[in-house]
Design a binder for this molecule. Structure first.
Ligand SMILES: Nc1nc2c(c(=O)[nH]1)N[C@H]1C(S)=C(S)[C@@H](COP(=O)(O)OP(=O)(O)OC[C@H]3O[C@@H](n4cnc5c(=O)[nH]c(N)nc54)[C@H](O)[C@@H]3O)O[C@H]1N2
Ligand SMILES: Nc1nc2c(c(=O)[nH]1)N[C@H]1C(S)=C(S)[C@@H](COP(=O)(O)OP(=O)(O)OC[C@H]3O[C@@H](n4cnc5c(=O)[nH]c(N)nc54)[C@H](O)[C@@H]3O)O[C@H]1N2
Ligand SMILES: [Mo]
Length: 767
């Protein structure tokens, strides 16, 4: 880490030696020798553990080293030899730790013992597990007597299917559906959008499709950082001559060029693969307009073909047989004007027409997207526009084609599959009631934004927060106000591997419960346990830890959930918490009993190399929608963020970004190699013309404030103006540092995903 901030464009390809160096640095930083490198070789292997970084698919025939730079860093982070023992908390008060940076808090290493905050001394102090469970149980029972809906059961998408199933059952037996998940800030736009269009809440693409595709379109997903193993699929596709068209406001290095760090030949020769054949640097929030442009061009080509008797450009038979709403959609794209599309995207008509020709020329197209689409006011419509585009060409339910939302956390999709959802209609509550002999709560629970809204009300009901992983107070929008409201909590319980801000900001009664990570050996009564996760392509995998636990005082997440449940709930002979913890195969039986179609023969199949797929009817052109068809969805305007002022000359659109050296709120270092930013994260990436226009200069410090007139002041100070190749009017800053700028009300319609990719801001130079 450099002492002074430094800016130096990164001219190398993603991957390559830079990647090898970064992996080595992270192993050294965590003081890991041989142990950690051995673990890497078991990453994403049929007999090994599922990477704790992203959710990208794990192949049936893995590479000798099936890990990437991000995965290696996440592994090193978890296997670190650094520890935070009870003495550490005896040395530092919580008030003192509150002054530490996020980076410093997490750099201390793994939590080792259960801790309870002592109000008198302001220290976290060691307690026994039983004391912790009993104390938590007593508080939870008391809160339930007043209002069973006052407790929130949050999950960050990492815990296994087994633990997640137990956790949702704990919440429902307790008496509510308050099960917000990190996906509320992430792909909830997908989970809302796709059931309406193609009748499934998940993507339709599998790894095999990448081998048969003819064109790939990528919208707002930063592959090299967020799901680097996918670069193998992209590189293979490129080597077959498959065009890749990318829509992204930033020229992300990894979407431009890649050197496979695991290919000795490529490492020794300057070979690099150009990833994107066309790179469309659109304005943030320009995707509805851009895809409208693509669709408009395709419909025009098709209209022309019809007139001249040429070959059809649209998949006319598919559209007639399988879809609904085509005519209305086609009329709306015909009606959209090119000048409006150009103004909203910042792209030229001919660029979009060129991309449309690539699309038209491909028999099978894959559409990939990430947070660049989901985190907008119109995040749901953004996703539906990708689906509309693919439907025009019949690219759903065909080999080599499909829609591919790239999920974030390694089991975030799976947590939803096994019942972690605040939406009762998505969960087989009757079945749970029947299996466990109780009347499940039917009222909709709180999602992430609603928990925060409740906290900001003077008469809100939330009094307790249980966190199964994650860093809630840092990850959410409106961070400053939410943090300030947090002490209203009677009880906070955080199940975690490392210390973070959400442990320091706490309730009147607060417990910190340290757990095993997925890479560690989980020994229970029946022996060493295997868990399971679902990847981005709907594939279930086994995962078995191989490292010795960071401390012998740690419990597994499953054991902690069961411990809290037993201390809180009245005994129920139908819920065998102890048997479940003793043998996770029994939890898998329970999951299968709850969803027999998805998890048929779960214990028999989950160790299959490459995993097993959940049924995805849209893959077979079976449409589980109200119309029984795949639906074209109309859009009401080209604008993805209607409350972002379009013309205010001093208002800029801020997108919050991840660096190459962070995993969400976990910051590994202050460097972002791919974007050429070193030694600081307090930057604002800006177009040179905007810097000049606003009378600023390179390197000056500015305070950003949110340009929303709701009487609330939202500011982040000390941001360094950094010239960057970014569209005019758009600026980039890092998440989570910029989160205090995101207004809570600025979230996606329908899905309530915070619109973190286009926050209207003004800048003021600091003295
Ligand atoms: N190394 C690493 N891996 C991760 C994570 C991490 O923090 N670090 N986080 C994990 C999680 S939980 C998630 S959800 C995923 C997130 O991974 P991604 O989906 O890749 O999310 P981001 O990195 O936030 O942003 C993606 C891209 O969107 C672009 N973008 C911003 N606004 C727009 C827009 O309006 N339109 C378009 N077309 N593009 C836009 C940005 O320039 C950026 O390249 O990654 C997961 N994997
Ligand atoms: N402005 C802005 N805000 C965003 C985003 C954005 O792009 N911009 N992205 C959003 C997205 S996509 C997401 S997913 C959220 C992320 O929100 P969260 O999922 O809540 O946050 P993380 O940073 O992933 O959580 C990190 C913590 O998890 C704990 N942890 C790590 N491994 C384990 C484990 O195995 N078990 C347990 N129990 N704990 C563990 C560690 O203590 C670590 O400090 O943030 C969202 N917030
Ligand atoms: Mo995410």
């Amino acid at each position: 880490m450099s002492a002074l901030p430094k800016f130096k464009p990164y001219t190398h390809a993603a991957g390559g030696w830079g990647s090898m160096k970064a992996v080595t640095t992270s192993l050294l930083r965590e003081h890991i020798a041989i142990n950690g490198t051995r673990a890497l070789l078991h990453q994403n292997k049929p007999d090994g553990f599922a990477c704790v970084s992203c959710a990208w698919a794990k192949p049936e025939h893995p590479h000798p080293a099936e890990f990437c730079e991000a995965g290696a860093k996440a592994t090193a982070w978890e296997l670190t030899s650094k520890r935070l023992p009870a003495e550490f908390f005896a040395q530092h008060t919580v008030a003192e730790l509150a002054q530490w940076s996020d980076l410093d808090l997490e750099s201390g290493g793994r939590l080792t013992v259960p801790l309870r905050w002592n109000r008198e001394t302001d220290h976290y102090e060691q307690v026994s597990w039983q004391e912790a469970f009993d104390g938590i149980g007593a508080e939870l029972r008391q809160l339930r007597a007043q209002d069973p809906e006052s407790v929130v059961f949050y999950a960050s998408g990492r815990a296994s299917l087994e633990t997640s199933y137990m956790y949702q059952l704990l919440a429902r037996l307790y008496g509510n559906n308050n099960l917000p998940d990190s996906s509320n800030m992430c792909h909830e736009s997908t989970s809302v959008a796709l059931p309406q269009t193609i009748g499934v809440p998940v993507g339709t693409v599998t790894l095999d499709d990448f081998e048969h595709t003819d064109a790939i379109f990528i919208f707002g997903q930063n592959t090299a950082v967020s799901s680097p193993r996918m670069l193998h699929q992209l590189q293979d596709a490129r080597q077959r001559g498959v065009p890749i068209v990318t829509f992204n406001p930033l020229r992300e290095r990894g979407l431009e060029a890649f050197v496979n760090p695991q290919s000795p030949l490529e490492m020794l020769t300057p070979a690099q693969t150009t990833i994107s054949t066309q790179y469309l640097q659109l304005k943030t929030g320009g995707d509805i307009a851009a895809i409208t442009g693509l669709c408009k061009a395709l419909v025009a080509m098709d209209d022309e073909a019809l007139r001249n008797g040429g070959a059809r450009v649209l998949a006319a038979d598919f559209i007639a047989l399988h879809t609904h709403g085509f005519e209305a959609f086609a009329s709306s794209v015909r009606a959209a004007s090119w000048p409006d599309i150009e103004a909203e995207t910042g792209l030229a008509r001919r660029e979009l027409e060129a991309a449309a020709h690539v699309f038209a020329g491909a028999k099978a197209v894959i559409g990939i997207y990430g947070m660049g689409l989901t985190q907008h006011r119109k995040g749901v419509q953004n996703v539906q526009m990708v689906s509309n585009l693919l439907l025009l060409g019949g690219h759903i339910g065909q080999r080599g084609a499909g829609i591919c939302p790239v999920r974030g956390h390694s089991n975030v999709q799976g947590q939803r599959t096994v019942g972690i959802s605040e939406k009762p209609e998505l969960v087989p509550l009757d079945k749970l009631g029947e299996l466990y002999g109780f009347e499940p709560p039917r009222k909709k629970g709180l999602n992430t934004v609603e928990v925060c809204e409740d906290l900001l009300k003077s008469d809100g009901k939330v009094r307790a927060f249980i966190g199964l992983g994650g860093n809630f107070v840092r990850a959410v929008p409106e961070t400053a106000l939410v943090e300030a409201a947090w002490p209203r909590m009677r009880l906070t319980v955080q199940i975690a591997t490392k210390l973070n801000r959400s442990h320091i900001v706490h309730g009147e009664v607060s417990y910190l419960l340290p757990c095993l990570g997925r890479i560690e050996i989980d020994r229970q009564r029946s022996g060493e346990q295997t868990v399971s996760v679902e990847d981005s392509t709907g594939c279930m995998h086994a995962s078995k830890g191989l490292a010795e636990p960071a401390a012998d005082t740690l419990l597994s997440e499953a054991a902690i959930v069961a411990g809290i449940a037993k201390a809180t709930l009245e005994p129920n002979a139908k819920v065998p918490w102890d048997d479940w913890v003793g043998d996770y195969a029994r939890v898998r039986d329970a999951i299968e009993a709850t969803w027999p179609d998805v998890f048929r023969d779960f214990n028999g199949r989950f160790r299959t190399p490459g995993g097993f797929h959940r049924p995805i009817p849209a893959r077979h052109r079976v449409w589980k929608t109200p119309t029984g068809k795949a639906n074209f969805m109309s859009f009401d305007s080209l604008v993805a963020d209607p409350d972002t002022p379009q013309t205010g000359p001093d208002v800029l659109r801020l997108m919050t970004l991840r660096s190459d050296d962070q995993f969400n709120t976990t910051i590994y270092s202050l460097d972002d190699r791919f974007r050429g930013v070193y030694g600081t994260r307090k930057v604002l990436l800006m177009h040179r013309d905007d810097i000049a226009r606003l009378g600023l200069a390179e390197g000056v410090l500015v305070t950003a404030s949110t340009a929303v007139n709701d009487g609330k002041l939202r500011e982040v100070a000390g941001l360094r103006v950094t010239p960057y190749d970014i569209p005019r009017g758009c600026v980039g800053g890092y998440y989570p540092e910029c989160n205090p700028l995101v207004p809570l009300a600025h979230h996606a319609e329908q899905s309530k995903v915070p619109a973190a990719k286009s926050v209207p801001v003004r800048l003021r130079a600091e003295a």
